[in-house]
Design a binder for this molecule. Structure first.
Ligand SMILES: Cc1cc2nc3c(=O)[nH]c(=O)nc-3n(C[C@H](O)[C@H](O)[C@H](O)COP(=O)(O)OP(=O)(O)OC[C@H]3O[C@@H](n4cnc5c(N)ncnc54)[C@H](O)[C@@H]3O)c2cc1C
Length: 392
């Protein structure tokens, strides 16, 4: 019988190969030993975990999709999400810092020339270098056609002016893939993508933003004033920016979605342990169906979310185009909403202790919320799904 990993469309199996099981075990061990012990401290102090990121790079848990030709592992999307779930199980703030390189590398993999890939992605393989993805602006979030940052051609260069908002890792990145308009009147069709080194004159990381959850990942506002980049840094043609951004998000959404599964799984495991141990009315609270049914629903919904992520990643690996887009949105919407529900219920089963910072579930609830917002809100995922249903 064909297996998920074989990609042969004659049957279905949910078995992983030995290599995939080993990869997942490596990621779980890393999350357990390196990430979890530091999660609370990094959350409290909004600490960007440079040392943990460097270790993840050293053991091969970063940038796993980058091509063999550049020295990378070129793992399929499916294998990548096995890693992403475990890192986010450890801490989704640190997991996001590690995973955001996928967003930065995506446009270069999709639209970059061989030379551009060597120049910008090669360093990511050699060292724990970070990139960032600059799409969102103060006035353009869900609707990126409203982007107001401009890139004006001047001879062999472009001059970029404008501002970007909520950019993950911007304060620690060596480059940004910046989406700017080369034709403001053309809306999304006027967007183009540029790789901009973060030390370029006129580019300023203005503010590290103080967040509710995933606090150890840096989220910054960035300003561009007369930032000059060579035309050679443009990815694809003028006007290709929107397509490049959307294709990137299609590829990264299953990994983001499965991050939510990792957070939910952590909350579920803690809930099982706690409800076994906590005694009220002379019995462990798990003996009450009012409690154990909450936990049963957690387990069911987490499994459903994980399977949607697996299916979306598998479709991407099969090159299923627009069908993969719909499944990526299924996965992102359902996993994010599941993580929010599961972590809220986890706080509930922990009672008053769940609401205290001393216990880990309040962090998980704060962390889960972000999955319903970044890389397309849950409403925008529904918009994508509805479009695929009514305008296939
Ligand atoms: C911590 C964090 C990290 C991020 N990292 C990055 C990054 O690295 N790079 C990057 O480019 N961006 C990043 N983002 C931006 C993120 O993708 C946006 O915040 C998100 O797309 C929503 O945009 P917005 O915040 O402007 O909200 P808005 O678009 O203003 O939406 C506000 C509300 O209206 C709803 N809404 C909007 N339009 C519709 C509609 N048509 N139908 C129904 N509901 C609608 C939304 O769902 C939402 O609930 C990050 C955001 C956060 C919070």
């Amino acid at each position: 019988m064909a297996t998920v990993e074989s990609g042969v469309a004659t049957g279905v199996s949910f078995g992983l190969t030995d290599e995939q099981r080993e990869l997942r075990a490596l990621a779980r061990e890393f999350a357990e030993k390196e990430i979890r012990p530091r999660a609370a401290e990094c959350d409290e102090g909004q600490i960007h975990a440079t040392d943990i990121i460097a270790k993840a790079h050293e053991v091969g848990l970063m940038n796993v999709h980058l091509p063999v030709a550049l020295g990378g592992l070129e793992l399929p999307c499916f294998d990548g999400i096995l890693v992403a779930e475990e890192l986010n199980w450890g801490c989704s703030g640190i997991g996001t810092s590690i995973g955001a390189n996928g967003l930065a590398a995506g446009p270069i993999l999709i639209a970059g020339s061989k030379e551009q890939q060597r120049q910008w992605l090669g360093p990511l393989i050699e060292a724990p270098v970070l990139g960032c993805f600059g799409l969102t602006e103060p006035g353009a979030g869900s609707d990126v056609s409203g982007i107001q940052t401009t890139a004006v051609r001047k001879g062999d260069d472009y001059v970029i002016n404008g501002s970007k908002m909520f950019i993950s890792n911007a304060g620690h990145a060596s480059f940004m893939v910046c989406f700017a308009s080369t034709d403001l009147g053309a809306g999304s069709k006027g967007l183009s993508a540029f790789v901009v080194p973060m030390d370029t004159e006129g580019l300023v990381v203005e503010r590290h933003l103080d967040k509710m959850g995933q606090r150890s990942t840096d989220t910054s506002a960035v300003a561009f004033s007369d930032v000059v980049v060579p035309a050679a840094n443009r990815l694809g043609a003028e006007g290709d920016g929107f397509k490049i951004a959307m294709q990137t998000l299609d590829f990264t959404r299953p990994a983001t979605a499965v991050g939510a599964v990792g957070v939910a799984q952590a909350a579920f495991e803690l809930s099982v342990e706690y409800t076994r141990e906590r005694v009220q009315f002379g019995l462990p609270i798990a003996m009450n169906q009012g409690v154990s049914f909450l936990v049963a629903d957690m387990a069911t919904e987490i499994e459903a979310a994980r399977l949607l992520c697996w299916q979306a990643a598998w479709m991407i690996d099969q090159g299923r185009g627009r069908k993969a887009t719909k499944y990526s949105s299924f996965a992102k919407r359902f996993s994010a909403d599941t993580a929010m529900k599961v972590t809220t219920d986890a706080v509930q089963v922990f009672g008053g202790y769940g609401y205290m910072k001393e216990y880990p579930v309040e962090k998980l609830m704060r962390d889960a919320k972000l999955f319903q917002i970044y890389e397309g809100t849950s409403q925008i995922q529904r918009l994508v799904i509805a479009k695929e249903i009514y305008l296939p």
